[in-house]
Design a protein around this ligand. Structure first.
Ligand SMILES: Cc1cc2nc3c(=O)[nH]c(=O)nc-3n(C[C@H](O)[C@H](O)[C@H](O)COP(=O)(O)O)c2cc1C
Length: 361
């Protein structure tokens, strides 16, 4: 059951039917889509975010509603078959979200990725997402993530083997590659399609370029035009105008939201239900999320995760940097809780748009 904690602002989205609005892009995004034989109520997804998109974060997002599908943090394929759901920080979910959760796996070999997919299917989750996008050195050194794109044959073999191992909907999330070449990205999309992927999530940046330069949305269009599969765009969609522009300029079938969903866990309801969320909500979110990380994780880990969230959350305020410092200056959950009360004892000015400098590195 979803909480009705935010009921004063949150309207439960209508499942499986799209309410017509005056905005054709919003109508399209609110239209259910079937991927790998399973229906998804809308086309706005939570992107996989290591250290951020954990079980507690997904719960608060779910409480606001309107997120079509949740993607987990990346999980090591090698470790996944042996993970214990009760204690693993990443391979963890609430029973209520299982049928809307795609587990993302990262790894180097077809066999280890296939074994991980089998476990995911056994657990009754919605689907499997292959990570061919992570360009963090520790992952690429082990030949996983975006490093696999240096070896297109291995990338295709991984998708093929995972396809053989599971009947679940299979997503591939990938980047442009290691050169700024839309043709390569389009060709890889075709190879993933022929290897049995059900949908692509494409982030048009090269590796190791991280988030400093804007993604090239034109490359999403190139990928979309080269395959028959649904293609979901990702990268720098921060508000409804960005969402509209990404969909209209690329023709993508839906959008995956990353950092903005951490800063604004209500962003799905904001974009799809046109809800507005007043300043009084922010301290409530800060406290609710603190309760959720505390309930889910050991105290010292919960403190670390909460501080990661604060960097994004603080971006909502006019003076985000000092707000972040004030909120994060603590080593215990109790002190973090006190900081929320103190920081919000005076109303804080919201920024017109989130201050992206705080989370764009
Ligand atoms: C802190 C952080 C962690 C991320 N972790 C993952 C991950 O585990 N798997 C993945 O495929 N992408 C990961 N990404 C990339 C995001 O899924 C997304 O592609 C990127 O943030 C761009 O989307 P956005 O502009 O909406 O944030 C991560 C990004 C950030 C900022």
């Amino acid at each position: 059951m979803r909480s009705n904690r935010w009921h004063h602002t949150h309207k439960e989205p209508t499942r499986h039917t799209a309410i017509k609005t005056m905005n054709p892009v919003q109508d399209m995004i609110k239209t259910p889509i079937t991927i790998g034989g399973k229906e998804i109520p809308n086309r706005l997804f939570l992107a996989p975010l290591a250290g951020l998109g954990h079980v507690a974060m997904r719960q608060i997002i779910d409480e606001f509603g309107s997120c079509g599908l949740f993607f987990s943090e990346m999980c090591s394929a090698k470790a996944l078959p042996f993970e214990n759901r009760a204690i693993s920080p990443m391979f963890r979910w609430r029973d209520e979200e299982a049928e809307r959760l795609v587990m993302q796996i990262v790894g180097a070999t077809p066999l280890e990725m296939a074994r991980a997919a089998e476990r995911i299917e056994k657990e009754g989750l919605f689907g499997v997402d292959i990570n061919f996008g992570c360009s963090v050195a520790s992952i690429c050194k082990k030949e996983g993530g975006a490093a696999v794109l240096k070896d297109p044959d291995r990338a295709e073999a991984i998708v093929r083997e995972v396809r053989r191992a599971t009947t679940l909907p299979l997503f591939v999330k990938y980047r442009t590659g290691w050169k700024d070449d839309a043709g390569f990205a389009a060709m890889m999309g075709q190879r993933f399609e022929s290897a049995g992927a059900d949908a692509l999530v494409f982030h048009p940046r090269i590796s190791p370029d991280r988030r400093s330069r804007p993604p090239k949305w034109a490359h999403i269009k190139a990928v979309k035009e080269s395959v028959a599969l649904p293609v979901f765009g990702n990268g720098n969609v921060f508000n409804t105008a960005d969402l509209t522009r990404m969909v209209t300029t690329t023709g993508c079938d839906g959008v995956s939201l990353g950092r903005i969903a951490i800063a604004r866990p209500f962003v799905f309801a904001e974009m799809l239900e046109e809800k507005t969320f007043g300043p009084e909500l922010y301290p409530q979110i800060a406290l609710r999320f603190l309760d959720l990380v505390e309930a889910a994780f050991a105290p010292s880990y919960a403190v670390r995760l909460y501080k990661k969230f604060l960097l994004y959350f603080a971006a909502n305020f006019k003076f985000g940097h000092p707000v972040f410092k004030q909120l994060a200056h603590a080593t215990t959950l109790e002190a973090l809780r006190d900081n929320v009360h103190q920081t919000f004892s005076q109303p804080l000015d919201l920024a017109a748009t989130p201050n992206l400098n705080l989370f764009t590195k």
